[in-house]
Design a binder for this molecule. Sequence first.
Ligand code: SAH
Length: 355
Amino acid sequence: MNDLTGMTPEELRDFSTELGEKSFRGGQIFSWIHQHGSESFTDMTTLSKELRRKLESKATLQAPEVIDVTESGETASRKFLFRLTDGMKIESVFLPDGKRRTVCLSSQVGCPLDCKFCATAKMGLFRNLTSGEIVGQLLAVGREIGKRITNVVFMGMGEPMLNYDNVIKAASIIHHPEGLNIGSRKITISTVGMANRIRQYADEGHPFKLALSLNAADDVLRDRLMPINTKHNLEACISALDHYSERTGKRFTVEYVLMAGTNDRPEDATRLAGILKRLDCKLNLIPYNPISGEPFKRPNRDQLKRFYELIYSAKRTVTVRWSQGKDINAACGQLHAENQRKNFRKVKSKSIGSQ
Ligand code: SAH
């Protein structure tokens, strides 16, 4: 069955022609799905009854099913647990902040990269999400919230660059003017730093914002915290990012999860400042959100301030992101869907992936 949620208008136009219909019907279907939020073909009243019948038999609108919504008691953020058509579970987070309404999307069921401070890593990787499942998370959250979503971040479960094609396609669908029409600078793709993919992304000229999860400023520490660094080390990431700046002229974001006693020493700040000086970026400091079973510590305000000040003298564009939704395990690095292990086989256990 063809899942229409993950198709671009161009693909839907081709699909309409294949069904023996005029191609513009594809554009209408796209706007029914993305602008009107239709969940069934019967809603699509500008299409003939006959076409709607054909669609019923040849296509689906595979929205991930919302099976639980948890609201934070501290902030207005909400965590959504979804069941996919094969029974697998993933999470997305809604993060309101004044006029800004952000949704944090997952790109994989689990993640193969084994970053030591991240809860998703504990799951291992089950599979990539389809473009329809990625866009479907956003449609479902939008429906529940009932207000326009203004920003999207690919910072949920998984490594977007390991599901590159589907993530780029989903971002393009979300951005499309005939659909949700979310601005390209309001869509951010975050990566652990796969140098080859960053170069490809730059060369292909995609308009979405890029963020790098740096988290350590020397290879010894980064190898330990993020095993992917043994394949794509700091120098490889930095030179890929330089390439990105040259090709696109766009500034990117560096994210640094601050863990007290691990990566917040004065020498870490000095090294980080050295790296930042070389790059056209801004820095986002994220105080570590505790995950169970890990020894890392969240910095207190004084520790954070000390580190911030050391960096600020080298880089003026530093922001601190106190993640929302800590109390419901919806903050950065805390997403983890239970009960997968007994029902499904992992395709890859916590190893560092093939790219
Ligand atoms: N794999 C991609 C997308 C996930 S984004 C990436 O790593 O960029 C998740 C963000 O949350 C990353 O910046 C990651 O470094 C950060 N993070 C992971 N675990 C965290 C934790 N326990 N506390 C705070 N931030 C965390």
